[in-house]
Design a protein around this ligand. Structure first.
Ligand SMILES: [Zn+2]
Length: 255
């Protein structure tokens, strides 16, 4: 994509390989069934899957962390997860506030090797990633930032965890996650505070990955450099959150 960041996910589910001289970082293991495709993508790029030393996730939902047990088994990578998502990952999705009772959304429980907190850094070789807790979508939903260099210039990269309110999410009087609305609000403050040149996220659809990919090898600038697209996306998603919150508050008042 840019610098030492490679897309190794599927069309819909983003997975990023960040290469360094000391081994590689993988962000998102995707579905339980996705791992062979991720591995193949890594090897097609000329890297060894066994050189993945650190596994990170965008958030603890089955479509981003379901393959983590398999990735750990195949690579021996250290699994690093932000605090609010650790229980969920280690229970294979059972302790998720929304989907915990849905057995179809479970995945192999996976041990976390390092618990991260908001602002913590993950360093490998010459690459430093910062974990920004942007909770709400899950309790430990994480937006990653890092700096990359390409053609003598350096860029701020932001990999958005998820600012989305899923269908069925209760923002008001949520017994299992009382502070959910406050967490979303804080998450948007964090997203707005980040400097972003290169806009990436947990799903390619957040940043129009396919359209940008089609432009990648043309003569123009790298299409993933899209500071305005990032700002628009965050603003649009915040409006969607606020509208949903308003709607749920109004409905609660009528009861
Ligand atoms: Zn999700």
């Amino acid at each position: 994509m840019i610098g030492n960041i490679y897309y190794v996910g599927s069309r819909g589910l983003a997975s990023y390989l960040i290469t360094t001289p000391a081994g590689h970082i993988l962000i998102n293991s995707n579905l339980k069934t996705s791992v062979p495709l991720i591995r193949e993508s890594v090897e097609k790029l000329g890297f060894h899957f066994s050189d993945v030393k650190i596994l990170l996730i965008s958030h603890a939902h089955f479509d981003h962390d379901g393959g983590s047990a398999e990735v750990k088994k195949l690579t021996g990578a250290k699994y690093m997860v932000v605090d609010g998502d650790v229980d969920v990952v280690e229970s294979g999705g059972k302790s998720d506030f929304q989907y915990g009772n849905d057995a179809t959304l479970r995945y192999p429980a996976t041990r976390v090797d390092r618990v991260l907190h908001d602002g913590d850094q993950v360093t490998l070789g010459d690459t430093v990633l910062t974990a920004h807790k942007t909770a709400g979508h899950t309790r430990g939903c994480t937006t990653w930032s890092l700096r990359v260099s390409e053609a003598g210039k350096s860029y701020d990269v932001v990999i958005v965890g998820s600012p989305n309110v899923n269908p069925g999410y209760k923002l008001v009087s949520n017994v299992r996650y009382p502070e959910i609305a406050d967490d979303y609000a804080r998450g948007f403050r964090v997203l707005k505070s980040l400097s972003c040149d290169v806009f990436l996220g947990a799903h390619g659809s957040y940043y129009d990955m396919e359209a940008k990919y089609a432009k990648l090898n043309s003569d123009g600038p790298n299409p993933y450099i899209d500071s305005a697209g990032y700002k628009n996306y965050v603003q649009e998603r915040e409006q969607a959150f606020l509208a949903e919150l308003q709607k749920q508050r109004a409905a609660a008042q009528k009861q």
